[in-house]
Design a protein around this ligand. Sequence first.
Ligand SMILES: Nc1ncnc2c1ncn2[C@@H]1O[C@H](COP(=O)(O)OP(=O)(O)OP(=O)(O)O)[C@@H](O)[C@H]1O
Ligand SMILES: [Mg+2]
Length: 350
Amino acid sequence: MAEVTLSNVRKSYGAVDIIHGIDLGITDGEFVVLVGPSGCGKSTLLRMVAGLETITGGEVRIGGRVVNDLDPKDRDIAMVFQNYALYPHMTVATNMGFSLEHRGGSNAEIAERVKWAADILGLAPLLDRYPRQLSGGQRQRVAMGRAIVRDPKVFLFDEPLSNLDAKLRVVMRGEIKSLHQRLKTTTIYVTHDQVEAMTMADKIVVLNGGRVEQIGAPLDLYDRPANQFVAGFIGSPSMNFLNGTITPEGFSAPGILLPLPEAEHGHKDRKAVYGIRPEHFFLDENGVPAEIILVEPMGSETQVTMKLGETLATGVFRERVSLSPGATIRVRPDLGNIHLFAADGGQRLN
Ligand SMILES: Nc1ncnc2c1ncn2[C@@H]1O[C@H](COP(=O)(O)OP(=O)(O)OP(=O)(O)O)[C@@H](O)[C@H]1O
Ligand SMILES: [Mg+2]
């Protein structure tokens, strides 16, 4: 096991800068998730840690040792990719043991190691099968088996579940998490699925355009996003944003005046963005009017698309809302859960 430290890590392809200087400390045994929109540099960063991409600037340390110029095989890491390409002509057991053969262990040692990994992953009954005889989830498990037999210091995962259907993804998500709880191997996990990020991570790193937007525990990012980008990226359905002005009376958005906590009332008007998550509206006859656009009953809750003044917003209510589009409900924003961001630059104001 090992800690991983990135100091001012940069990457350029020719004249194009992709990663703009990233600092990140990962403690021994930590499960860190990198999230961010497509093209923000998640895979590039992971591949630099793995040694599959050169590092243009800065330093990557694994277990205290600078690895910038080390070959991937000398870094003591194991990587699981989105396309977990198994060797089709090899059985599950051979696929899992293959990487150990290069290390020169005896056949008995390799077999024992493969059996250990197969037991952990529930693959023991499948060891003699070929990849074509496995389901998608089983193949993904073999790919993880290939990684854990080597007992690496660090696991790197690049969107390992994105080829699986929704249901299997949820199952495998749980399996990877319990595998980590069992092995406690330092893990860097890339995904753009923010539910995966929330549920798996000890620490989330939100990337955007090759820069870190925020690093923190999942619920800290959820409860106190540092800026509008993180606020909009973490959470599903997304946080609602209304552009407007902080005034002495409250927050004035086009066609509506929204309540603000007393402390946030401005003495003079200030342009800002009002952020509120869908679950932080309550149905309340003394609330502000909202015209219903769409009602989506999910059983446990009801998702309502509504118009607050001139802005479309989403509300999620525990109560069943049976009104039709065109009707007006009254909703009250939870004053303890209002986020204010600068209109210019999106930094958190409160
Ligand atoms: N070999 C390359 N040459 C030039 N540009 C590249 C190369 N590889 C990646 N890039 C660029 O680097 C940026 C980051 O790519 P990267 O694959 O790291 O993104 P990502 O965050 O993993 O995206 P996704 O979520 O789509 O997988 C992209 O703009 C991409 O076009
Ligand atoms: Mg990628």
